[in-house]
Design a protein around this ligand. Structure first.
Ligand code: UD1
Ligand code: MG
Length: 381
């Protein structure tokens, strides 16, 4: 990519090196931390291997998200310490620190949930408190561009080009944080899925940021006025320096969490991951694009609504049924998740295949998301 300012490229490369180191460190640390969490009785049974003689009765270390999250924070904080002076001035230190506070608070609440096993209703509201520091520091606009649509009503004639949502914009951002954290947490229960979906989403965000940086560097703006160009690219630079370390540390976790899982990630990880996505989308103003990368999570949430709101009974775990005779997972139609829905369509699958298919679906949805963002949305905005 050609950036208007070479030092921006250099920041991204350095972030890559830092993050690679963080990934290696995570990979090294996970076995030792897993031993510690086991000793502290933070363990879980692998639900989908009950009755499988190869795995019977084994307890798996839980909450390894804590290892990933701490290495991530150390990496990001060190990077900030050494690199702050080379960041463009348009990246606000207050916003950056608020982002870290929100992520950090979410990790604490997630770990608390793992240790204390909180009830559903508390899980739902925790991310709200965690996102408050970020919303207070949020200095961006609260206006939205009105789509150029004339049917059923001429929107722009009625509302103007841009419309100020005021306080409702912040409420929308709050709900985004609650949605991101919980929607990843409820698309879970088979080996590798929580971490795998996070890898796909983080990769999609990074690609989106790189595309935006490239577009900005090729616009006439970048040659005419370097400063304006930097203000266009800096949100995406900001997102990259939070997402690249996230991706590397998460990939290391995936090595251990992939089928057959040697560690579980815990709600520490699902909340941490969801919060990271919400934070970058809020501060870098691409919440609509982020939602395009969350299509499977949105579908899973909508499909889950009857169970989440108690219209249909909701068991503690909504996983499919493992059949020890065939070694395959079978759908339980009363558990309304897209995991079970997929099994109803394809018939029984092994746990590994089921996860791979769901991740392919996630990747496919990201491609559709890119299509909508870059080819369909320009017609309306
Ligand atoms: C959410 C889901 C629940 C799902 C669970 C799995 C809702 C409303 N809740 O609950 O249906 O079963 O996540 O994480 O949709 N586990 C496995 N294999 C895995 C991952 C987890 O067996 O690959 C089991 C382990 O026993 C582990 C436990 O799930 O200890 C972790 O559950 P937890 O994350 O606490 O469940 P919730 O997030 O409350
Ligand atoms: Mg969970």
């Amino acid at each position: 990519i050609y950036l208007p300012n070479v030092s921006l490229q250099w920041i991204i490369v350095q972030s890559g090196f830092f993050s690679f180191g963080a990934g290696l460190l995570t990979y090294k640390l996970i076995p030792s931390v897993a031993e510690l969490t086991s000793q502290a009785n933070l363990t879980g049974m692998d639900l989908n291997k009950r009755g499988d003689p190869k795995f019977s009765g084994k307890k798996i270390p839980e909450s390894l998200g804590i290892c990933v999250a701490v290495v991530y924070l150390v990496c990001v904080i060190l990077f900030q310490t050494f690199q702050w002076f080379s960041f463009p001035e348009t990246i606000q230190l207050s916003e950056y620190n608020a982002a870290l506070t929100s992520i950090c608070f979410m990790i604490l609440l997630g770990f608390g949930d793992d240790v204390l096993n909180l009830r559903w209703r508390y899980k739902l509201i925790l991310p709200m408190f965690a996102s408050l520091p970020l919303l207070v520091a949020y200095a961006g606009g609260t206006t939205v561009v009105v789509p150029d649509i004339n049917f059923p009503v001429p929107l722009r004639e009625w509302l103007g080009m841009v419309f100020d949502l005021g306080i409702f914009y912040r409420i929308y951002l709050l709900m985004l944080a609650i949605f991101c954290t919980n929607s990843i947490n409820i698309l879970a229960g088979i080996n590798g899925l929580e971490v795998g979906q996070s890898v796909v989403i983080a990769t999609s965000i990074i690609i989106h940021n790189l595309i935006e940086l490239t577009i900005a560097s090729h616009s006439p703006l970048s040659t005419a006025a370097t400063n304006s160009a930097i203000s266009t690219v800096s949100p995406h630079l900001f997102s990259l320096i939070l997402m690249i370390p996230f991706l590397f540390t998460t990939i290391s976790l995936l090595f251990y969490n992939w089928y057959p899982s040697r560690v579980f990630v815990g709600d520490t990880y699902t909340y941490f991951s969801g919060m990271c996505f919400a934070v970058v989308a809020i501060l870098c103003h691409f919440s609509k694009t982020l939602l395009l990368f969350f299509i499977p999570q949105i579908l899973n949430f909508l499909y889950s609504v009857p169970q989440l709101f108690g219209i249909i009974p909701c068991p503690r775990h909504r996983v499919p049924k493992f059949n020890p005779e065939t070694g395959k997972m079978e759908a339980i139609p009363t558990n309304l998740t897209i995991i079970n829905l997929l099994l109803m369509i394809t018939g029984p699958l092994t746990e590994r295949k089921l996860c791979v298919y769901l991740l392919i679906f996630q990747g496919f949805c990201s491609c559709i998301g890119f299509g909508i963002r870059y080819f369909v949305a320009p017609y309306f905005f």
